[in-house]
Design a protein. Structure first.
Length: 297
């Protein structure tokens, strides 16, 4: 799909360039004819044509290079969240791109709480370095009739946060964060960067920040990742099995070499997260007729 879109862009660019060359050549020929008529000299269009062609070739190459260099999709995946092995709790979409040397993360999550489907959206950016150093984030949550939004920006290790609840500004926060801290939404990117150095049984410590951490004034959270021996599921899916400790809670992650998760198990929350197709995820919270009680008629 990505290759097809790239080919389409290339064809559109080439067609536009050719059309513009024709227009420019015609314009220059008209000018040359006029100048030659006044000077009584024969028309020599080849130099003008070659010059225009060369300029258009350079422009087309630059445009194509910029288009390819600006954004690269790393993954666009859908997940379901199940509580207690059989209760549908929610679903979400993770989209991760690399843009101009930065990582861009977008998440949209729907979850069932107290009979209502609440929605959360997160956008975050991190640098392309070993720590995936944070740049900015935006969190937006809608809960029944209320709305909650947070905007955070970083200048080095200084974090500035502005938040609103139901269109009312909350007290701003300014704090310093550890130099190696990354945003929790970019954890999978961090995994992808450090997975090659992971050794079975060896803990890799990390420091992260929760995007909705207003209550703690964005206190950093310590965690650790450990590469485990392959089990049947890891072998079947071609993933690496990781044990993750974060904020006193343990979880098991099955990830691809990029860091993209395929399955996450959180025993303390009785929660299992699984990668699914978009269609499967979107209908996960929809009440199905086969789940309804029989009328007996």
């Amino acid at each position: 799909m990505l290759e097809t879109e790239k080919n389409r862009k290339a064809r559109r660019l080439k067609t536009g360039a050719i059309f513009l060359v024709i227009l420019l050549v015609i314009a220059e020929l008209v000018a040359l004819v006029a100048d030659a008529g006044e000077a009584g000299k024969p028309v020599q269009p080849s130099e003008a044509i070659q010059r225009v062609k060369e300029e258009m070739r350079k422009e087309a190459a630059a445009e194509n290079s910029n288009a390819e260099g600006k954004s690269k999709l790393l993954w666009n995946s859908w997940y379901t969240m199940t509580v207690g092995e059989k209760v549908p709790f929610g679903y979400y979409n993770d989209r991760v791109e690399k843009r101009d040397g930065k990582y861009a993360y977008q998440n949209q999550l729907w979850k069932m709480e107290e009979g209502f489907i609440n929605e959360e959206r997160v956008v975050s950016f991190g640098k392309d370095d070993a720590n995936v150093s944070p740049i900015l984030f935006n969190f937006l949550g809608t809960y029944r009739d209320s709305e909650f939004s947070i905007d955070g920006t970083f200048k080095g290790t200084k974090l500035s946060v502005k938040a609103r609840r139901n269109k009312q500004n909350l007290p701003p926060i300014e704090t310093n964060v550890p130099s190696k801290a990354f945003l929790s939404t970019l954890f999978q990117v961090w995994i992808g960067k450090h997975l090659p150095e992971a050794k079975p049984g060896k803990r890799l410590p990390f420091v992260t920040l929760f995007e909705d951490g207003l209550d703690t004034r964005y206190a950093s959270i310590n965690g650790a990742m450990t590469l485990e021996a392959e089990d049947d599921y890891a072998k079947k899916t071609g993933t690496k099995k990781l044990s993750v400790e974060l904020a006193g809670m343990k979880s098991v992650w099955y990830v691809l070499p990029t860091g993209e998760s395929v399955r996450i198990e959180k025993p303390d929350q009785h929660l299992v997260i699984e990668k699914k197709t978009e269609a499967e995820a979107r209908r996960f919270l929809v009440k199905r007729t086969e789940d309804l009680p029989k009328s007996g008629r």
